[in-house]
Design a protein around this ligand. Structure first.
Ligand code: GDP
Length: 530
């Protein structure tokens, strides 16, 4: 019998949602079904974390948001599942985008009472750009919901993706009775479990079985049958090819808090989700089965545990086999390094990883000068495409408040910018540090972490800029020590990015338009693609 490649049983995903739709609860239930823990409550991640762990999670506590992303691994049905957590706040998006570069599929959680919400839409667009398969879980059926037909319509119309409900709800809110598998017409009867802590008992019967009407009001059954007939006629047919291309989303219904529909979602997801996909190095696709080890850094996080003062770089393995202590080529530092401190995170506990395969995510602890997007490989000719940097939309200046903590301020800035907490620019005169971020919360996180982790007091002031463009000449970014012009219209300023490329900062589109009139020969780029 042919032995399948270890990567073929890996599945790597993230769950995306608008805050409060139920991402954390669903994550906990997955772990419960994955047999990784006995009681879902024991990793009630955020709530527990708030009470017990590191200081910088204080900000999370104060703001009620999840700032850090964690990687969870569990096994289920013969699969090794890597579940990458994404931060849940509307503002805090760059980090999430990077996490999405490391997964092969996503599950989008939608609150059945609210439908598709703002942040879901934004995250969804990013997934679409990457063409990753998207699975939908419509949650909170135990609460009064919008009509399921409307919800499915909304997914199609608002998100512009075809959908195929794999199952269908029977009633909602107090009259929620279960979900029906469309493929075989089996009804899974809903039974409320005590606080949703254990696996929900499920009794299954055929929808046409007369016994069903002993449990469920006839009008609900009739309505569900009618709706499913409508889906059969008017809905998109199931098509695995289109699922893999991210053109059709399989839809599942359930209630995460009640553990209901979770196993159907997990089984369905694992039967349809793709194996780890390769990544491009220039024009070449590096496949998971490639013997050469390769991976890329998609997230860096320091001081996860203030007692240890550590720094963890998260690597998504693209090909080959990872072994602890292996030597790899670190391209951006142009040297060979030994990967000695490998860990995988399991909730708050860490386990040492000895080997891992394509699709897996490992955390490397230590002081290697990794940066987001770096390639690590046993073959120095492999270099993965850059992780896109998103153009900032808000800006602020920052400086240390006292000279006494200047050194700590610099060390903290260096680390946190490397982590990608914000982007850093320098004023044209080289005298002021300018921060750029997609959302202003990133500034708050930076300030908070500088103060709590580095003991550096800072002064942070918001700047009026909202638009950034890189100055380009003949397709190349404009560099050089001296500002390329001092001829600037009102509402504009020049600055340099961390690589020394000149950018124009504008207060608004109108100011940018004036700048373009002043400098017709320059092209302006919204972002640099290296
Ligand atoms: P997140 O912000 O997306 O991670 O959402 P959480 O998982 O923290 O859930 C937000 C709130 O919705 C919490 O109070 C959950 O207990 C609740 N919740 C999650 N799933 C369900 C569900 O199926 N039914 C009901 N009624 N509440 C739920």
């Amino acid at each position: 019998m042919p032995v399948s490649h270890p990567s073929s049983i890996r599945r790597t995903l993230a769950i995306i949602s608008h805050p409060d739709a139920g991402k954390t609860t669903l994550t906990e239930k997955f772990l419960l079904y994955g047999g990784a823990i006995d009681l879902a409550g024991s990793v009630t991640s955020r709530r527990d974390r708030r009470a017990t762990t590191s200081d910088w999670m204080e900000l999370e506590k104060q703001r009620g948001i999840s700032i850090s992303s964690t990687v969870l691994q569990f096994t289920y049905g013969g699969f090794h599942v890597n579940l990458l957590d994404t931060p849940g706040h509307e503002d805090f998006s760059e980090d999430t985008y990077r996490v999405l570069t490391a997964v092969d599929a996503v599950i989008m959680v939608v609150d059945a009472g609210k439908g598709v919400e703002a942040r879901t839409r934004k995250l969804f667009e990013i997934c679409r750009l990457r063409g990753i398969p998207i699975f939908t879980f419509i949650n909170k059926l135990d609460r009064p919901t919008r009509s399921p037909i409307d919800l499915v319509d909304e997914i199609e119309n608002v998100l512009g993706i075809a959908s195929h409900p794999m199952n269908w709800p029977l009633g909602d809110g107090p009259r929620f009775r279960g979900i029906i598998q469309r493929a075989d017409g089996q009804l899974n009867l809903f039974e409320k479990t005590k606080a949703g802590a254990y696996r929900a008992p499920v009794s299954v019967m055929g929808l046409t079985d007369p016994a069903v009407r002993e449990h469920v009001d006839g009008d609900l059954v009739d309505k569900a049958i009618e709706e499913m007939e409508l889906l059969d006629i008017a809905g998109a047919p199931f098509d695995q090819e289109r699922v893999l291309k991210g053109e059709l989303t399989p839809v599942f219904f359930g209630s995460a808090a009640n553990n209901f529909g979770i196993q159907l979602l997990l089984d369905g997801f694992l039967s349809m989700a793709p194996e780890p996909s390769g990544r491009k190095s220039g024009e070449t696709l590096i496949e998971p089965e490639d013997k050469r080890f390769s991976g890329f850094v998609f997230k860096i996080q320091a001081n996860m545990n203030p007692k240890h003062r550590d720094r963890m770089a998260f690597i998504r393995i693209v090909s080959g086999k990872f072994e602890r202590d292996m030597q790899v080529w670190h391209g951006s530092a142009a040297k060979q390094i030994r990967l000695s401190n490998s860990q995988k995170l399991f909730a708050q506990e860490r386990e040492i990883v000895d080997e891992a395969f394509a699709g897996d995510v490992v955390g490397l602890v230590g002081n290697q000068p990794f940066e987001i997007g770096d390639t690590l490989t046993t073959d120095s000719s492999i270099k993965f495409d850059e992780i896109p940097v998103f153009p900032p939309e808000c800006f602020a200046t920052i400086r240390g408040r006292t000279t006494a903590t200047a050194k700590r301020f610099r060390a903290g800035m260096d680390q946190l910018v490397r982590e990608g907490v914000t982007q850093l620019f320098e004023s044209a005169a080289g005298t002021t540090m300018i921060l750029g971020a997609v959302g202003p919360l990133q500034f708050e996180v930076l300030k908070y972490r500088l103060e709590t982790e580095y003991g550096a007091e800072v002064v942070l002031e918001f700047s009026p800029w909202t638009v950034i463009r890189w100055l380009m000449a003949e397709g190349e970014p404009v560099g050089g020590v001296n500002a390329p012009t001092d001829d600037l219209p009102g509402g504009c300023a020049l600055a340099k990015d961390s690589a020394g490329h000149w950018v124009v900062l504008a207060e608004a589109e109108w100011a940018l338009r004036s700048f373009k009139r002043y400098h017709e020969n320059w092209e302006l780029a919204e972002r640099l693609v290296k």
